[in-house]
Design a protein around this ligand. Structure first.
Ligand code: SF4
Length: 474
C-alpha cells in the first residue's frame, strides 16, 4: 500500500479514516464526485476504500483493498450507476482486522430499505453494545464498530432513518463522524464532543459532506461550515435540516488533526492546519532558542513548522532530508520490522546541505522513537556536526482510544522513558517538546476545545472497553 505523502514521523500512529457524501438534486454521475472526494482524503486511510450510490430505490456499491485509484480503475468506477446520492470511505483499520470484509461503506437492506453507512472514529463502548445486540439475536459479519452502529440505527429506525440515527447515536460513546445514506436521504452526524472533523459544502444545488475541507475544494464545492458537535444534518429533496443529539458541556476536537493527520490545506473548525503547524515552529523558536546554523523539517508535515522556526529565530531554513516520492510511509505496513527497515528507502540526508552544520531538525511527534533514531543517525552520517530534535507536540504518554491506531502504553516511548532518556535513545544532542498549553496556542483560532488525551490522559469519554488495558499499564 502506498501513499504519496511520505512523511514518516509518527512511528506507530496511523491515520484513521475519511468519509465523503454527496446529495444531488439531479441524477448524475455522483460516483465520480465521490471518487475525487476520496482521492483528496487518501491521506486519512490507505488500506481500503469504497463508494456506494443510491439510484432508483437501490444502492449499488464497490469497495476494495488499496488506494482509491487502485480500487477504482476505469472499469470499476464505470460499474457504479448514475444516481442522486453517494457516500464514500477511505480506511485505515483502527478496530477490526485489515480485510475487505471490514471495508466501508457498510451496505445493508433494513427497515428503511437499502442503506449505506461510513464512519470515521472509534466507539469506546462497542463491546457492551455488541453484546447487547448479540443477546437480541443479532449476527455480525465484520469485526468493526461501524457494523454495530449500522445494526443499532436499523434497530431503532422503524421505517424512519432519522429516528434510527437519533436514537442509536444517543447510545454511542467515543468518536464518530458518520455519513448515512438511504435511497432519498443523506445524513451526516458529528459526535457530541466533535472529536473527528466533519464539514458541509455546497456546489450549485448539490450538498457535500466530508472529513476535511480539502475534499470539498477538490470537487469544486464551496465550504459552507463545520458540522457542529452533536449535530445531525439531514439532506433530502426539501433541502438541509439540522437536529441535535444531547450536547456535551464542552467540545473535544482531536488536536492531533492539526499536528499531523489533516492535510495542510484543510481548515478545521475555523483554524487553518497550515497556520497551526507554522505557529508550532514559531513557538518553538520563541520559547526554546538553540544556537544552530540551519533549521529543517522532517517531510512533509514538519517542513512548515521549520519555516516558522526560521522566521522567528533568523536561522536559515535548509532542506536536510530528501524524500523518495514513490514509496509508502514507514508505518503503513503493520509489521514493525518492515517499518524500521524502510526508513532509509524513504528518505536520505542531503549531505551537501548539512555537512559540518549544527542542525535543528523539527518533527511533528515521536511515538515509538524508532524513526527519529534512524533520522538522527542518517543526519549524523550525512555530516551534521550537531543534531537538535524539536517536536511540534508534547510527549505522547497515553494511548488513543478514539480512532487512532495507538492503543497500548507498551508502544509509546514517552510512556516508558523520560525526555532525557528519549533524547539519548534517539541519539540527538538535545530534544525539545511543546507543552500541552503551547500546542493549544498553535490552534487558538479553532472554535472548539480540544481532546489532549494522548498527552495528559484528559479524554472526553470514560474508557469503558479499554479500562482493563489502561490499568494494566498504570
Ligand atoms: S487521544 Fe490524542 S490522538 Fe486521540 S483523539 Fe485525543 S488528541 Fe486525538
Amino acid at each position: 500500500m502506498y501513499r504519496r505523502d511520505l512523511k514518516l514521523p509518527f512511528d506507530g500512529m496511523h491515520e484513521e479514516c475519511g468519509v465523503f457524501g454527496i446529495y444531488s438534486n439531479e441524477t448524475r454521475d455522483v460516483a465520480h464526485t465521490a471518487y475525487y472526494g476520496l482521492y483528496a482524503l487518501q491521506h486519512r486511510g490507505q488500506e481500503s476504500c469504497g463508494i456506494a450510490v443510491a439510484y432508483a430505490n437501490q444502492v449499488r456499491y464497490f469497495k476494495g483493498m488499496g488506494l482509491v485509484p487502485e480500487v477504482f480503475d476505469k472499469e470499476h468506477l464505470a460499474s457504479l450507476p448514475e444516481g442522486d446520492i453517494a457516500i464514500g470511505h477511505v480506511r485505515y483499520s483502527t478496530t477490526g482486522a485489515s480485510s475487505l470484509l471490514n471495508a466501508q461503506p457498510i451496505v445493508f437492506a433494513g427497515k428503511c430499505g437499502k442503506t449505506a453507512l461510513a464512519h470515521n472514529g472509534n466507539l469506546t463502548n462497542t463491546k457492551q453494545l455488541r453484546e447487547e445486540l448479540i443477546r437480541d439475536n443479532a449476527v455480525f459479519q465484520t469485526s468493526i464498530d461501524s457494523e454495530v452502529m449500522a445494526l443499532l440505527i436499523n434497530k431503532y429506525s422503524d421505517g424512519d432513518i432519522l429516528q434510527g440515527v437519533l436514537r442509536a447515536c444517543k447510545l454511542f460513546k467515543g468518536s464518530f463522524a458518520l455519513v448515512v445514506m438511504t435511497s432519498d436521504k443523506l445524513i451526516a452526524v458529528r459526535d457530541p464532543f466533535g472529536i473527528r472533523p466533519l464539514v458541509l459544502g455546497k456546489n450549485l444545488d448539490e450538498y457535500i459532506v466530508a472529513s476535511e475541507t480539502c475534499a470539498i475544494d477538490a470537487v469544486g464545492g464551496n465550504v459552507v461550515r463545520d458540522i457542529r458537535p452533536g449535530e445531525v444534518v439531514v439532506i433530502d429533496s426539501e433541502g438541509e435540516h439540522s437536529y441535535f443529539l444531547e450536547r456535551e458541556k464542552c467540545s473535544a476536537s482531536c488536536i492531533f488533526e492539526y499536528v499531523y493527520f489533516a492535510r495542510p490545506d484543510s481548515v478545521i473548525d475555523g483554524c487553518s492546519v497550515y497556520a497551526a503547524r507554522k505557529e508550532a515552529g514559531r513557538i518553538l523558536a520563541k520559547y526554546y532558542p538553540i544556537h544552530a546554523d540551519i533549521v529543517s523539517g522532517v517531510p512533509d508535515s514538519a517542513v512548515v513548522a521549520a519555516r516558522g522556526y526560521s522566521e522567528v529565530s533568523g536561522i536559515p531554513y535548509v532542506e536536510a532530508l530528501a524524500k523518495n516520492r514513490y514509496v509508502g510511509r514507514t508505518f503503513i505496513q503493520p509489521d514493525q520490522s518492515m517499518r524500521e527497515n524502510s526508513v532509509s528507502v524513504k528518505m536520505n540526508a542531503l549531505r551537501a546541505n548539512i555537512r559540518g552544520k549544527r542542525l535543528i531538525i523539527i518533527d511533528d511527534s515521536i511515538v515509538r522513537g524508532t524513526t527519529s533514531r534512524k533520522i538522527v543517525r542518517m543526519l549524523r552520517e550525512g555530516g551534521a556536526k550537531e543534531v537538535h530534535m524539536m517536536i511540534c507536540s508534547p510527549v505522547v504518554k497515553h494511548p488513543c482510544y478514539l480512532g487512532i491506531d495507538m492503543q497500548s502504553y507498551a508502544q509509546l516511548i514517552g510512556a516508558n522513558r523520560s525526555v532525557d532518556e528519549i533524547c539519548k535513545y534517539i541519539g540527538a544532542d538535545s530534544l525539545t517538546y511543546l507543552t500541552v498549553d503551547q500546542l493549544k496556542e498553535t490552534c487558538k483560532s479553532a472554535k472548539l476545545d480540544f481532546c489532549t488525551g494522548c498527552f495528559d490522559a484528559n479524554y472526553p469519554y470514560a474508557l469503558d472497553d479499554y479500562q482493563a488495558d489502561k490499568h494494566k499499564f498504570e
